[in-house]
Write a protein that binds this ligand. Structure first.
Ligand code: HEM
Length: 398
């Protein structure tokens, strides 16, 4: 970008720009200002300039105020309202660009290990953008509800419901359609036109990011036998803790026994194939049993060189969920302040509908958060076999 600007500066003689300024018509809008100052105008020689490269002549003319069109008078805050939505959409576009790249890397039969750094870098960038989007909600909050009312009624039936990019983002991350809330007996896709609908439906069908966990190295290593040994170690530890609980004074004993048994029950629902399958069918867990084992293996052995990036990736996926939730919460709080319990322009109950979208059903990587239930202290962890240690320290693809 800087280079392009520098090149444009070098290529464009100063006199050309000066002439363009003098010849410009009187300015009446932001786009005209940019154009009149010579920032936007492509060089007469066709060389790239800051403005032509960024197509600012088009971009800065995209803020059309409904208040001006309908009332012939500017509702001052409508400019902010448009700008903020447009910047959100631009950032959504960038996030989708990064996400599509990650998904295409994962769609290969094998993910070359050196590409993991790329995956992690993309996810890191997505998170940085999301953090900005969370913060950005504060800017729209500088508009008072009364100022919003000066133009709000002009907006219906347009609504955030029609943000196709937001829906693509949710779906490409892996949002499950049946976990979404409805409004007025309508589904989230009812607000879309046929072309948008096609795109969004396609994004519902695409592969999720979860599959690669099933390929975690070390899972198939019989010399290590991670899963069976973990089960055995946890069972032995439960027995030991129950024996210790028996020795406690009566006042504390039962409580401790109940707590150990409860933990044991949870572990069983993870270790037992049939119980796990039942939880999966009931929608309580989403990762396949094998992917769950892969994720746990990554968590436990994150110190091993080959696990560093997969571990970072799991953390970044949870961060994505966290930032999406923070965005929903900030949007919700802002909506309550602006509208109280008024209905949304898209026909939902507004605040009450949006509040539902902050529930765990909207967390895509909930299973990863819940993995912490099954973490155990280091002395219970199966020790790596010599061969697994070598595998986790070598670098082939997985
Ligand atoms: C004054 C500012 C805003 C108000 C009062 C507002 C209000 C609402 C309401 C009431 C809904 C529920 C749907 C409906 O019935 O219309 C909604 C949904 C939505 N809004 Fe906003 N919004 C505002 C700003 C924003 C901004 C800046 C964005 C950024 C892109 C945004 C994106 C969305 C999205 C994506 C949804 C769909 C959420 C979902 O269904 O999970 N909104 N908004």
């Amino acid at each position: 970008m800087e280079q392009a600007a520098k090149k444009a500066k070098e290529d464009t003689p100063l006199t050309t720009t000066t002439t363009a300024r003098v010849a410009s018509p009187p300015v009446s809008s932001l786009a005209d200002v940019a154009s009149a100052t010579g920032i936007v105008r492509p060089s007469d020689h066709g060389a790239l300039s800051y403005g032509s490269y960024l197509q600012l002549d088009k971009l800065l003319k995209c803020q059309k105020l409904e208040s001006e069109r309908v009332f012939g008078e500017t509702a001052h805050d409508e400019m902010l309202f448009i700008t903020i939505h447009q910047t959100y959409e631009l950032w959504f576009k960038q996030i989708l660009f990064e996400l599509d790249d990650v998904r295409s890397l994962f769609s290969a039969e094998y993910l070359e290990e050196q590409l993991m750094l790329k995956v992690v870098a993309r996810l890191d960038r997505i998170n940085e953008i999301l953090k900005l989007l969370v913060q950005q909600m504060a800017i729209i909050e500088t508009m008072t509800p009364l100022d919003f009312l000066k133009f709000r009624n002009l907006l219906a039936p347009a609504s955030g419901f029609q943000s196709v990019q937001f829906r693509l983002l949710e779906n490409k991350l892996g949002m499950l359609p049946h976990r979404r809330r409805t409004y007025q007996r309508k589904g989230y896709k009812d607000a879309l036109n046929p072309e948008e609908l096609k795109l969004v439906e396609k994004s519902e069908q695409e592969d999720s990011l979860f599959r690669w966990l099933e390929r975690t190295p070390g899972l198939d290593d019989e010399t290590f036998n991670f899963w069976e040994r973990l089960k055995a170690n946890v069972a032995a530890d439960t027995k030991r803790r129950l024996a210790e609980a028996e020795k406690l004074p009566e006042t504390h004993r039962q409580k401790q026994i109940d707590s150990v048994n409860e933990e044991h029950r949870k572990f069983q629902s993870m270790f037992d194939d049939k119980l796990y399958e039942k939880r999966q069918k009931g929608g309580n867990v989403r990762l396949s049993h094998r992917a769950m084992q892969g994720a746990l293996l990554i968590m436990f052995y994150r110190d091993q060189p080959r696990m560093h990036l997969p571990f970072k990736m799991l953390s970044l996926l949870m961060d994505v969920d966290k930032h999406m939730l923070q965005w929903r919460i900030n949007h919700l709080a802002m909506v309550q302040r602006m509208l109280g319990t008024r209905m949304g322009t898209g026909g939902s109950s507004g605040y009450h509908y949006l509040k539902e979208t902050t529930s765990d059903d909207y967390k895509v990587f909930l299973d990863l958060f819940n993995l912490s239930t099954f973490l155990v202290p280091p002395h219970i962890l199966p020790e790596l076999s010599q061969r697994t240690r070598e595998v986790l320290q070598s670098s082939i693809h997985f």
